[in-house]
Design a protein around this ligand. Structure first.
Ligand code: 3PG
Ligand code: MG
Length: 407
């Protein structure tokens, strides 16, 4: 069985450790507005520095087309320094003679953040030459960027395969992979999954894979509308992907075949416009007016979903229930998040959540700390739930189990 090396076994003292992190954090006016991804990597950075490694941080930021000061990691590096409570030096590039000199000047325990890897087209093109240049900067590679592991880029994959560096998962990466294993490979049954968000089209693979893994599949968000239409409901002006009604019908058929439960909304909060505080009222999904649109689940649905969670032992959650960015259409999501958090704290539910919108919704509900595990991954979390081994994780796997990871 291919397995991961254990960071405990890495001899990092006086070694140049290339640490791939995901510093792709939200920023406004030069300030980091959400440091979650940085907080997650602090333990790995501090541990490697404390063990005497020369810690070289490697990350992309945004989606620049070539070098662009708007996408510099300089101010993000300052936020890293604040959170690791020690100096973090910065290099204006991630390859080349100046960077080599900066690395050569590092002392044991130093931390150096390199400039945005995406300033070079070789990053996203997964260029072997570029990967080699990155790899020559280090003796060991540690990947703590789960949220970037679905990208097959130079700094996430070829740096290992072409650069031939011994590769280890960092502590945050390991925690993400352990949580996925606990939710997916050996969960306590029954397992419930919540899949929400606007579009069935982006989640077809996810739904297909989840059906084989969970006892109850709870569908929320505008994507539930497409399923309701497949059941013959008329939903007025609600967002529906008409071209996917057939796919929704197939998924419901497959669920019946496999004996899995699909939970759909029975009532909704409807409004005439998609806007914050638009006048709204609750209706059954059988009575949506011709010019109404469903913007959230109603109280009977909330109650039903909570009862499904109450008889489940494991929850996997991706996607909000309603138009949560517009008050009060975040109510359904908040109430269910609150219930999931309470069940988790009470030891009755193991709860995993991930995805950009999902995490934003859990933050609005202030439940993040009370869930078992909240992933930093957006696309990476989704692809993992689709049953894929992420390219950035695949390159960390080694044929033989290492000493400490077997025991
Ligand atoms: C993310 O924020 O999802 C990751 O950092 C990956 O970024 P990307 O979607 O621009 O590749
Ligand atoms: Mg993304």
């Amino acid at each position: 069985m291919p397995t991961l090396r254990n960071l405990d076994d890495a001899d990092v003292k006086a070694k140049r450790v290339l640490l791939r992190v995901d510093l792709n954090v939200p920023m406004q006016d030069g300030k980091v507005t959400d440091s979650t991804r940085i907080e997650e990597i602090v333990p790995t950075v501090v541990e490697l520095a404390d063990k005497g490694g020369k810690v070289i941080l490697l990350s992309h930021f945004g989606r620049p087309k070539g070098r662009d000061p708007k996408y510099s990691l300089r101010s993000v590096a300052a936020e890293v320094a604040r959170l690791v409570k020690r100096p973090v030096a910065f290099a204006d590039d991630c390859v080349g003679p100046k960077v080599q000199a900066a690395v050569a000047a590092m002392k044991n325990g130093d931390i150096l953040c390199l400039e945005n890897t995406r300033f070079h087209p070789g990053e996203e093109n997964n260029d072997k030459e570029f990967a080699k240049q990155l790899a020559t900067l280090g003796d060991i590679f540690v990947n703590d960027a789960f949220s970037a592991a679905h990208r097959e880029h130079a700094s996430t994959t070829s740096i290992v395969t072409v650069g031939k560096l011994p590769a280890y998962p960092g502590r945050a990466m390991k925690a993400e992979l352990d949580a996925l294993e606990r939710a997916f490979e050996r969960p306590q049954h029954p397992v419930a999954a919540i899949v929400g968000g606007a579009k069935v089209s982006t989640k077809l693979e996810l739904l297909g894979n989840l059906l084989t893994k969970v006892e109850a599949l709870i569908i929320g968000g505008a994507m539930a509308n497409t399923f309701l239409v497949a059941q013959g409901k008329h939903l007025g002006k609600s967002l529906v992907e008409n071209e996917l009604v057939g796919a929704a019908r197939d998924i419901m058929g497959k669920a019946r075949e496999l004996g899995r439960e699909i939970v759909l909304p029975v009532d909704g909060v409807v409004a005439k416009e998609f806007a914050t505080h638009a006048p709204s009222h609750v209706v059954s999904v059988d009575q949506v007016g011709a010019d109404d649109m469903i913007l959230d689940i109603g109280p009977r649905t909330v109650e039903h979903v909570i009862s499904v969670l109450a008889r489940s032992k494991t929850l996997v959650w991706n996607g909000p229930f309603g138009a949560f960015e517009h008050e009060p259409f975040d109510n359904g999501t908040i109430e269910i998040a609150e219930a999931a958090a309470e069940l988790t704290v009470g030891g009755k539910l193991v709860s995993f959540a991930g995805g950009g919108d999902t995490v934003a919704a859990l933050n609005i509900a202030s439940v993040k700390e009370r869930m078992t595990h909240v992933s930093t991954g957006g696309g990476a979390f989704l692809e993992s739930l689709e049953g894929k081994t992420l390219p950035g994780v695949k390159v960390l796997l080694v044929a033989e189990p290492s000493r400490a990871s077997t025991g």
